[in-house]
Design a protein around this ligand. Structure first.
Ligand SMILES: Nc1ncnc2c1ncn2[C@@H]1O[C@H](COP(=O)(O)OP(=O)(O)O)[C@@H](O)[C@H]1O
Ligand SMILES: [Mg+2]
Length: 336
């Protein structure tokens, strides 16, 4: 029995050794109860977890006894919703008014469940996992434990990673040039253009080899029938153009509906961290503030990356004329 709400990604690009490493740390190792896959938003953590989940689910030998279960931990609500579905799907018996989260925890912690691999996806927020004064509930209370169970967490937060998995943390960074090229090739309709190594190299560099950015750029080029050369030209115009280009019209079946609006901001955060230049940070931030719903803006603001971008004392010497921009950004946030 499995609960895996997303299909396999047909365009999946292998990431050097990552699946094998997770397999080894999580499934081959008898002590490997919990592993965290950590990295910036858009690096491809969820996709890797999904690939591993399907590998185990479709295994006819090594992992044939395993149940595969997927729970999104974006918020307590998504966690609970998945638990309700799992209780029904697995036909787990429970008494009267029991909490579905507790039912799933008890079931998976018991011998009845057999072997299982649980994916706790997008466990990005420390306060969702471990609670806070404003947020009394904590997902950590509902994580099952069994000698036959393994948990893979995906998270943007190193703090979450260490808290849930101790030293069993696998870090994911940008794609290598070959992987990035493969993703571009798979994503573009007009594939002939990818023969031009120089052009492709320039584009991928601009996209910082971030899988999410490559997907978004490809979606734009496909939708608007724009070729790489022209896209690069558009890209070069202004920062604002760039941000709009990348965030427009991007739809991806494997993203959670509730997270879709945040895709652009997720990317912006990562981009911000990778490029780490004040001017870009300011422009991108003001865009994010204008686009985000209040909750998204709050979420973003809580992330340390944004925190540091917002604090003038931590920035390098701002160029003349740059500070005005930054103040606008801060004001835009203040309005929420
Ligand atoms: N290995 C991969 N193969 C193909 N596409 C990928 C891969 N990794 C990431 N992507 C693309 O990038 C997007 C963001 O990846 P995702 O796994 O959601 O990132 P994360 O979970 O790290 O935030 C995906 O929706 C997909 O379009
Ligand atoms: Mg993810």
């Amino acid at each position: 029995m499995h609960y895996l709400p997303f299909p396999r990604n047909r365009n999946f690009v292998e990431r050097e050794g990552v699946i094998e490493m997770l397999e080894g740390r999580l499934l081959a190792d008898s002590d490997g109860q919990r592993v965290a896959l950590v990295g910036l938003g858009g690096m491809g953590k969820t996709q890797i977890a999904l690939q591993l989940a399907h590998l185990v689910k479709s295994s006819t030998q090594k992992y044939k006894d395993y149940s595969v279960i997927w729970i999104p931990a974006l918020s307590m609500a998504t966690f609970e919703q998945a638990c309700t579905t799992i209780v029904n799907k697995f036909g787990i018996r429970y008494s009267g008014d029991q909490d579905p989260k507790e039912i799933v925890r008890e079931f998976l912690s018991s011998d009845k469940a057999g072997k299982w691999l649980l994916i706790i996806d997008n466990a990005d927020d420390m306060s969702v996992l471990y609670g806070s004064t404003q947020q009394p509930g904590r997902i950590a209370d509902f994580l099952p434990a069994s000698d036959d169970g393994r948990i893979l967490f995906t998270t943007r937060s190193q703090e979450v990673a260490v808290n849930v998995a101790g030293s069993c943390v696998v870090e994911l960074s940008e794609m290598g040039p070959e992987e990035a090229k493969a993703l571009l090739q798979k994503s573009l309709i007009k594939k002939d253009q990818t023969q031009d190594d120089e052009l492709v190299g320039e584009l991928l560099l601009k996209l910082t080899h971030l899988p999410l950015a490559i997907s978004q750029a490809s979606a734009y080029m496909n939708t608007n029938k724009v070729r790489i050369k022209e896209y690069l030209r558009l890209f070069q115009n202004t920062d604002q153009d760039m941000v709009e280009l990348l965030s427009s019209g991007f739809r991806d079946g494997s993203h959670y509906r509730s997270a879709q609006g945040a895709v652009a901001t997720t990317w912006i955060v990562s981009f911000n961290q990778i490029r780490d230049t004040d001017e870009d940070a300011a422009t991108l931030l003001s865009f994010a503030a204008a686009q985000s719903s209040p909750t998204e803006a709050e979420n973003i603001q809580r992330q340390s990356s944004f925190g540091s971008a917002l604090k003038p004392e931590r920035s390098s010497q701002p160029a003349a004329g740059n500070s005005g921009k930054k103040h606008r950004t801060i004001r835009a946030y203040g309005e929420y």
